[in-house]
Design a protein around this ligand. Structure first.
Ligand code: ATP
Ligand code: ATP
Ligand code: MG
Ligand code: MG
Lengths: 254, 254
């Protein structure tokens, strides 16, 4: 049965979408069947893979309104990788789900494909509202992208509090899969200093793989491709492939 | 009387705080009297200048609760630059101001120092809630930092809609000061392509100065200093000084 992974970090611009797209594509390249769910009204996993943003009859909004998941999946240029796109209609759910707190809607809507995929990866918006809480309630594990920058350390405490709230309430199975250090500049001590601080604060919870800052990662979405399909030899592509291998290895021993 | 500038871009991690700190410091270095108001519960303008985050009796939260502004300003290591710090208490205002919509509170609280400073610069949170709306209602002009990255283009339309709403309502004087292209990577076409798209979409509204991606800008806040006091010869420091000169020049001809 599929393992559901949610990206999480309420701070904006920290690499959630970049990790969602490139981890999903790398796992698919390593022969895993993967579904990527764009769950952000910004729709960046959608446009980053070259798809147009859907209207209310398709994509994640339709999924949450009860449309069958089989009718919503799009095949990407990566064999084994399909995506459910998202558009701005999704933002409406923030209010609707709030009035009548419904945290299980996403989990229930993915149930029909749980035995087909090996991984389902969810890319949420930069907030801790009802859309993100639905993603955290659907998830088995959470991956927290964390830039190696001074200001990025701040939001971690608040994020951990939210995870505990979800674990203590709607989703007791939720685990912290790990913290992925990203945008690590190789030419400076700042990256190393921040990385050390995070490893000390969260022992055993920081992935071995660090993602370097690499321009190919910023360029690839403007070509509608995962970085491995844009420049396979780049440090960006190679680091996400080794992250996918590290993830698969970890999974084997769980 | 002081000109009030607000940074604005609801997308996170786009350079609002980096621009607030370094434009404020650069204007102060060019002999302008400047007040920087940290108006983000994250308190990054505060910690980026080496100050601790205040409790509810000090800082921007106290300012909004009626404490006299003269009692709240802190002198930075830059002559001519003072700062009002912020802490997490400020987040509480998001709800309080919502229940009884009060958009003029910040503007009224700054009135006592309008004749002392030449510039007051406000650093808001990455959202379009009541805290940011108070900042936009207090402001004469808005500066929009815009990374030269593919996903950053998306949020501009929504931001412009919000500015029009404020102009049509609580603050008819509000002007778009301009769009500041930042994090421009020199070694790639992505920056140039995005810059061209923005200049075409907003003719005459994009500043001449482009801020390059420069590691010193990311390192400086971990030392509690504006970049000019951390590494004056760096491209980051020099680009914000030329931006400050461009701003002063523009102001003269208005
Ligand atoms: N390792 C990296 N090297 C270079 N650029 C990167 C890297 N990771 C992400 N980026 C770029 O940084 C920007 C922010 O990344 P991304 O969109 O993945 O963050 P996010 O957390 O999903 O943002 P949001 O909170 O808005 O959803 C994007 O322009 C992306 O291309
Ligand atoms: N030109 C630049 N070159 C290199 N790093 C930069 C540059 N501008 C900003 N940064 C770094 O990028 C990160 C995000 O910048 P910053 O905190 O200023 O954005 P912000 O819009 O204020 O974020 P938030 O939305 O969370 O308030 C910071 O770590 C900062 O140091
Ligand atoms: Mg994203
Ligand atoms: Mg900021």
């Amino acid at each position: 049965t599929a393992k559901i992974l949610a990206l999480a970090n309420q701070k904006g611009g920290v690499g959630k979408t970049t990790t969602a797209i490139n981890l999903a594509a790398s796992l698919a390249m390593l022969e895993k069947l993967v579904l990527l769910v764009d769950f952000d009204p910004q729709g960046h996993s959608t446009t980053g893979l070259g798809f147009p943003k859907p209207d209310h009859r398709a994509g994640a909004f339709a999924l949450m309104k009860g449309a069958p998941v089989h009718a919503l999946m799009l095949q990407t240029e990566v064999p084994n990788l399909q995506v459910i796109p998202a558009g701005k209609d999704l933002a409406q759910l923030e209010f609707e789900l709030y009035e009548l707190p419904q945290l299980q809607v996403l989990r229930d809507s993915l149930r029909p494909v749980m035995d087909y995929y090996e991984y389902i990866i969810i890319d949420p918006p930069p907030s801790l509202g009802m859309i993100t809480l639905n993603a955290l309630t659907a998830a088995d594990e959470v991956i927290v992208p964390m830039p190696c920058e001074f200001f990025a350390l701040d939001g971690l405490a608040e994020l951990m509090e939210t995870l505990h709230r979800i674990q203590g309430g709607p989703n007791p199975r939720l685990q912290l899969g790990g913290i992925l250090l990203t945008m690590a500049e190789e030419r400076t001590n700042l990256g190393a200093a921040v990385a050390q601080e995070v490893r000390q604060a969260f022992p055993g919870k920081v992935f071995q793989t660090m993602i370097p800052r690499n321009i190919r990662l910023a360029e690839a979405p403007s070509h509608g491709k995962p970085v491995a399909f844009y420049d396979l030899k780049s440090k960006g592509a190679q680091s996400y492939l080794s992250f996918a291998r590290e993830w698969i290895e970890r999974d084997k021993h769980q």
